[in-house]
Design a protein around this ligand. Structure first.
Ligand code: RTP
Ligand code: MG
Length: 148
């Protein structure tokens, strides 16, 4: 079963959107296998955003993600990586459709509420940056066999 790394960014935590965001993924049918409220250090930010190192907004990106606590999560389910990205909406909230997280709650691209892995390779890499193996809690859902 596929896993993805999702993170409520500092703006989402400050605005009290953690519960709303968790709710959306739970109701969709995905399974939470790890979660923690934490501060992102400059070192973790540098690793996480390594692909953006040369971009002009890299400094702002690191400054923002280290500015306050984030809510880091690992979610599991069929095609969860791509589906979570759809549920998040486009990177720029101005282009994100209503009904998506960024479309419903975001305004600016720099503070777009949530991060989600964009590929299986990114998911594996990002989960390893944020979580130790023993912090993930896989379990079998006993209630509905058709929900992941
Ligand atoms: P994320 O990594 O946060 O899930 O977002 P994403 O894949 O949709 O976007 P990505 O291209 O990976 O960019 C990472 C984050 O950088 C900020 N950004 N700022 N000022 C700008 O033009 C700009 N472009 C991107 C966004 O906060 C984006 O989420
Ligand atoms: Mg990205």
């Amino acid at each position: 079963m596929q896993k993805t790394f999702l993170m409520v960014k500092p703006d989402g935590v400050q605005r009290g959107l953690v519960g709303e965001i968790v709710n959306r993924f739970e109701k969709k049918g995905f399974q939470l296998v790890g979660a923690k409220l934490m501060h992102v250090t400059e070192e973790i930010a540098g690793q996480h955003y390594a692909e953006h190192k040369e971009r002009p907004f890299f400094g702002e990106l690191v400054e923002f993600i280290t500015s306050g606590p984030v809510f880091a999560m690992v979610w599991e389910g069929e095609e969860v990586i791509a589906t979570a990205r759809q549920m998040m909406g486009k990177t720029n909230p101005k282009e994100a459709l209503p009904g998506t997280i960024r479309g419903d709650y975001g305004v600016t691209v720099g503070k777009n509420i949530i991060h989600g892995s964009d590929s299986p390779e990114s998911a594996e890499r990002e989960i390893a940056i944020f979580f130790k193996e023993e912090e993930l809690v896989p379990y079998t859902k006993l209630v509905n066999e058709w929900i992941y």
